[in-house]
Design a protein around this ligand. Structure first.
Ligand code: ADP
Length: 338
C-alpha cells in the first residue's frame, strides 16, 4: 500500500534546503558547540546553512552569511556565541516579525534553528505560528529554567563556575567569623542557587520557588544557623522582589545586628568561560537532533534531554515557566548543613 504520510513528509523535506541558525537573548557557554553541531549535521545531510548574526535583530536587518564547515572550526571550546546575540524589541511586534519574514524569503531560508532561553523560544513560537514556518529550538540558558528538559546548554558550566568562585570565597570566609550572602543568577529559577549550595557545602540557598511559602531568611536564622560554625555561606538567587543578596544583607543588619555580613555578587562571570565537557556533549547531541527533527518534519518544538534520551518538547510546554525544582534537594542541603 502506498504510504501517503511518508510521501508527504518526503516532499516537505525536499522543500527544506536551507537552514538559518541564530542565537538570541542571554548568552550561555556551549552555544558555539551547538552552532557547530547544527551546521555540520545540516551540511552532512546535504542542506545549506546560513548564520544569522545578533539574534532576531540580524533577521530583521539581514545580517546573514552562508556557513560552511570551516565557519564553525575551532569553536567547540569557546564560551559566548560566534553568532553574537541581542535582544530585539521590534521582533515582539507584528511589523517587526513581518520584516523578518521578508528577509527570510529573500535569503531563501526554509527553516530556522533558534538557540536561546524562554524569551527567544517564545518569539520563535509566535513567529512559527504566524507564518506557518518550521522552527526548532535549542535550550540555551544558564538558568536551566526550560520545562521538558533535564538540563539546558550552559547550565553545567555556570554551576561549575559558581563552585570555583565560591570555593575561593570560602577560604577568606572561614578566616573571619562572617556570614556571606553570595548572589547567583536565576531570577525565576533556583537551580543554580540550590545545586550550587549543595556543591559548595553552603549553609542554605534562598530561591524563588519558595519565596511565597516561607520567609527563608527567618527560617535560616531560626534553624540555628552558625551555631556550630564560625562562618557561613548562603547562596541567594538574584531578585528584584527580595533585593537578592543585598536585600538579605540589609535585613540581617537591621534584624540581627550581631552578625558580620558580607555580600558578593557573582554577576556576569557566571555566563563566561569555556564550556564543560557535559555542556559540549549536550550541545553537540542537541544540535544534531535539531536537524534530525526538521528532517522528520518536526516544527515548533524544543529539543530536550530526559534521562539521557533526546526528546521533542512543544514550545508551548517548554516556555511555561513552571519547571519544578527537586524539593528533595532542599532537604539534602538542610541535613548536610548542620
Ligand atoms: P532569553 O531568550 O535569554 O530568555 P529574552 O527574554 O531577552 O532572552 O528574549 C530574547 C528575544 O526574544 C527578545 O529580545 C525578543 O526579540 C524575543 N522575544 C521574547 N519574547 C517574545 C515574545 N513574546 N514575542 C516575540 N518575541 C519575543
Amino acid at each position: 500500500m502506498i504510504n501517503f504520510v511518508a510521501i508527504y513528509i518526503y516532499i516537505r523535506n525536499m522543500a527544506i534546503k536551507c537552514i538559518g541558525i541564530l542565537t538570541s537573548g542571554g548568552d550561555a557557554p556551549g552555544m558555539n558547540a551547538a552552532i557547530r553541531a547544527v551546521t555540520r549535521t545540516a551540511i552532512y545531510n546535504g542542506l545549506e546553512v546560513k548564520g544569522i548574526y545578533r539574534g532576531y535583530r540580524g533577521l530583521l536587518t539581514d545580517e546573514i552569511i552562508p556557513f560552511q564547515t570551516n565557519n564553525v572550526s575551532n569553536i567547540i571550546q569557546q564560551g559566548g556565541t560566534i553568532l553574537k546575540t541581542a535582544r530585539c524589541q521590534e521582533f515582539r511586534e507584528p511589523e517587526g516579525r513581518e520584516q523578518a519574514y521578508k528577509v527570510i524569503q529573500k535569503e531563501e531560508i526554509d527553516a530556522l534553528v533558534v538557540i536561546g532561553g524562554d524569551g527567544s523560544l517564545s518569539g520563535a513560537r509566535v513567529f512559527a505560528q504566524e507564518y506557518n514556518f518550521p522552527i526548532v529550538g535549542l535550550p540555551g540558558t544558564i538558568d536551566n529554567d526550560l520545562y521538558g528538559t533535564d538540563t539546558t546548554i550552559g547550565y553545567d558550566t555556570a554551576l561549575n563556575t559558581i563552585v570555583e568562585a565560591i570555593d575561593k570565597i570560602r577560604d577568606t570566609a572561614s578566616s573571619h567569623e562572617r556570614l556571606f550572602f553570595i548572589e547567583v543568577m536565576g531570577r525565576d529559577a533556583g537551580f543554580l542557587a540550590l545545586n550550587g549550595a549543595i556543591a559548595v557545602g553552603a549553609e542554605a540557598a534562598i530561591i524563588p520557588e519558595i519565596w511565597t511559602e516561607v520567609d527563608q531568611l527567618e527560617e535560616l536564622i531560626k534553624n540555628g544557623f552558625r551555631k556550630t560554625k564560625n562562618s557561613s555561606i548562603v547562596l541567594v538567587a538574584e531578585s528584584e522582589i527580595t533585593g537578592g543578596a543585598i536585600g538579605m544583607a540589609e535585613r540581617v543588619k537591621k534584624e540581627y545586628p550581631q552578625y558580620d555580613v558580607r555580600v558578593t555578587i557573582l554577576g556576569h562571570i557566571q555566563r563566561g568561560g569555556s564550556p564543560t565537557a557535559t555542556d559540549r556533549i549536550l550541545a553537540s547531541r542537541m544540535g544534531e537532533a535539531a536537524i534530525t527533527a526538521l528532517m522528520e518534519d518536526q516544527r515548533n518544538v524544543m529539543i530536550g534531554i530526559q534521562n539521557d534520551n533526546i526528546v521533542y518538547v512543544p514550545f508551548s510546554k517548554a516556555i511555561k515557566k513552571d519547571k519544578p525544582i527537586n524539593r528533595d534537594l532542599l532537604n539534602t542541603l538542610r541535613i548536610l548543613s548542620i
